[in-house]
Design a binder for this molecule. Sequence first.
Ligand code: SF4
Ligand code: SF4
Length: 107
Amino acid sequence: MSEQPLWQQIQQGGISTNPGSTDRIQTGDWRTEVPVIDFERCTHCMICWVDCPDASFEVADTKLIGVDLKHCKGCGICAQVCPTKCIEMVPDSAADRDTNASANGAG
Ligand code: SF4
Ligand code: SF4
């Protein structure tokens, strides 16, 4: 079995020297799957909003209204934590992205 290096021995990768830069950089390009919300079953409990690591859920008047697809990474955490299981992760092809952006109320 080969010996693995300690994390302190691994060479540093990219370093963000400009916190808050995701306002300008569309990190959603990393995604392979996209969340689609069935709003008929959504209770607006906001658990997905709390647990999303990218603050990608859009809210208006205390209601969930969509997903910011410019930043959602497609991690699927929201689908896992949703108590009504009304979020489905689907493949994010270019065609799906347009459809889902519209369906989710996000552009
Ligand atoms: S966790 Fe599910 S039910 Fe709750 S707001 Fe999000 S999508 Fe709606
Ligand atoms: S898939 Fe991940 S990044 Fe995208 S909305 Fe859900 S929890 Fe947030």
